[in-house]
Design a protein around this ligand. Sequence first.
Ligand code: BEZ
Ligand code: FE
Length: 286
Amino acid sequence: MRDITLENLTRVAAQTFAGGGDARREQLSAALVNHLHAFAREVQLSHEEWQQAIAFLHRCGDISGPERSEFTLLSDVLGLSSLVDLMQSRPGATPGSVLGPFHTAGSPWRDNPVNLIGQNEGERVWLRGRVLNTQGQPLSQAVLDVWQNAANGQYWQMDPSQPEDNLRCQLRVDAQGGYAIATIRPMPYCIPTDGPVWKDLVEPAGRSAWRPAHFHVIVQAPGYRTLITEVFDESDPYLDSDAVFGVREALIGRYEDVDDAQAAQALGVAGATCRVMHMDFVLADA
Ligand code: BEZ
Ligand code: FE
């Protein structure tokens, strides 16, 4: 094409991605061109704005590395991560929610019920429930990978004062699909504010950096879709303003005072009364 015009450019550029034999790649590339061009046309993007956007992406790349992805954070604050999570969630199953940057593979396996409290300060709570399929049957083969922050709001990877693997574990549910974790109450905390996503995009919009307190959980069972999700607390002040749009009604639990001496003994915690949050996870068929 030797006469590229404002009228034909988008179609011509999108068509260059046809062929190659991978239909999905073709679809993704052509749609990317179409939507990017539609955006630029809608806002009548200027040269100066285009240059600023490119410089912003450079800054995101400069601060990223094996331990940190500013691009993932960008996806999170734009709601793209949550959009993908919600589109991949299935009716009747527990909805997905953001993975976040603090999941590290290889969490230590612990026996269920598990006590993660160790030397941690903070309010002692239990998280417990069952893993079920959408017919309500317990999935006795399910495994959980759980992680959370400490009383100072930090995850162990970012905080030299915490022992390695603090407040995280993998565990197998029992024959009834049940799990129980004695731990401390997670704390609300802020998304990273030292990079371009916060400084150039989120803060100028007057948005909040806070995330409501949450447990992160990955639930897996053979023959079922893996669930990556979070569990929130109904009394959290940031539920309505999560910086990364992770809150879903079905993921909000409530701490209740429970007297359960038998469970307390199994968890190795002193006293029979505890603040307990009950949360079942429902997996969709693979
Ligand atoms: C988190 O849940 O840990 C998190 C998620 C998105 C951005 C930053 C932190
Ligand atoms: Fe988190």
